[in-house]
Design a protein. Structure first.
Length: 190
């Protein structure tokens, strides 16, 4: 089991143990199992937050602490699991950095879906640009990848993005641990 203590300060009702977050789970098998087990609870938590006043600032600070404690590049599970929707800006940036014509980049590295539009192609291992845990285009990666998991960075409040978090808690250690910290902070009881 991969878990470790994280330096943490006290925000509102969150109860740190000796100045640390109780525990941060990073084992991906455990994350998948616990995320699935708590999917219904996480959906109820979203409804709970919608019906009460809460401080988005405090939730963002909690998420920042969790993000700071986990090295995304050591995990890269999102690159294995999630699809990457591309914006026009992403297409221009990536084709330019790869010194490809736009049409050549689109043909070689993307596919179009009915639901999401233009997305990066995937292999059995995940994103076409994933090599082990290394993103081959990290410096020029799409905007959606730069903001992932959208806990701290994203459009609107955390609550407005929470509909995505129940699924992401099944594969992203940052989302899973942030939701657990949010529940502690808001004194949510399943």
């Amino acid at each position: 089991m991969h878990e470790f203590l994280v330096p943490f300060t006290h925000f509102g009702g969150f109860q740190p143990i000796g100045g640390t977050l109780k525990r941060v789970i990073t084992d991906l098998v455990q994350i998948r199992m616990l995320g699935e087990k708590k999917r219904g609870e996480n959906e109820r938590f979203r409804r709970h937050l919608k019906s009460r006043d809460h401080s988005d600032r405090i939730l963002r600070k909690l998420a920042e602490r969790v993000e700071d404690a986990i090295d995304c590049t050591a995990c890269a599970n999102c690159c294995r699991v999630a699809t990457v929707k591309l914006s026009e800006r992403d297409i221009e940036r990536l084709s330019g950095s790869m010194r490809l014509k736009r049409s050549q980049f689109l043909k070689q590295y993307t596919t179009e879906t009915e639901d999401e539009g233009v997305v990066l192609q995937r292999t059995e291992a995940g994103c076409t640009f994933l090599d082990g845990n290394t993103c081959l285009i990290y410096e020029d990666r799409p905007d959606i990848c730069q903001r992932f998991p959208h806990m701290v960075r994203g459009e609107g409040s955390i609550l407005s993005r929470m509909w995505e978090f129940a699924d992401r808690a099944c594969y992203c250690p940052i989302v899973y641990n942030s939701l657990e910290a949010f529940k502690e902070e808001t004194k949510f009881r399943a």
